[in-house]
Design a protein around this ligand. Structure first.
Ligand SMILES: [Fe+2]
Length: 203
């Protein structure tokens, strides 16, 4: 069961920038709701595996993504803020920000502009795009888009039609059955070994 993180500051510690009432509701009601729902889904998934009952799997996976990503982003958000004492990017991070955005002001402007126009409910994030070896600003609608932020990929199957239709037509099950025979577990193992050696990044 996932446990709620503890706040590193009192509920009134972010005043006047973030009110005690707002923080209390955000942490005690909304964030708690995501953690409770995430744990509830884990129990349902455990039951599904135990009973070999996957009729509801699409709904469960969607809910896992939504609630789990809600947990991850809220924990990042609450740990990202603190009592109003001055702090700034480290020399190393600042250097990277300047390299990738041109200046710290450019980054702040892009971040704020992107945050301002997030459609409906969502987030704005500064991220490290590992594959492109650079910092990026990203918007996020809802919490997820069917992923869990911070996950490291181990194994992937392409479920776009271009990956199977020519051979398997619309028979996805047959494609998946066949695909298991060509999985390279050596690579999966290597990825898993590598990530185990990495220290958990401070969330
Ligand atoms: Fe929130």
């Amino acid at each position: 069961m996932h446990k709620m993180i503890e706040l590193m500051y009192p509920f009134n510690g972010l005043e006047p920038y973030y009110s005690e009432e707002t923080l209390r509701i955000h942490y005690e009601k909304l964030y708690k709701g995501y953690v409770d729902n995430y744990n509830r889904i884990q129990t349902k998934l455990e039951n599904a595996r135990k009973n070999n009952e996957y009729d509801n799997i699409k709904c469960l996976e969607k809910d896992l993504s939504f609630q789990g990503s809600g947990v991850i982003l809220h924990e990042l958000f609450f740990n990202n803020i603190n009592i109003p004492i001055p702090s700034s990017p480290s020399d190393e991070l600042m250097e990277r920000i300047i390299k990738d955005f041109g200046s710290f002001e450019n980054f702040k402007k892009q971040f704020a502009e992107a945050a301002k126009v997030v459609e409906a409910s969502g987030w704005c994030l500064l991220v490290w795009a590992n594959n492109f070896n650079k910092l990026e600003v990203l918007q996020c609608e809802k919490h997820q888009n069917l992923t869990l932020w911070g996950c490291i990929q181990l194994l992937v199957i392409d479920m776009w039609e271009h990956s199977y239709f020519l051979q398997y037509k619309s028979n996805r099950q047959e494609y998946i059955n066949a695909w298991w025979n060509i999985v390279n577990w050596n690579i999966v193992n290597k990825r898993y070994d590598t990530l185990k050696k990495c220290k958990k990044i401070v969330s």
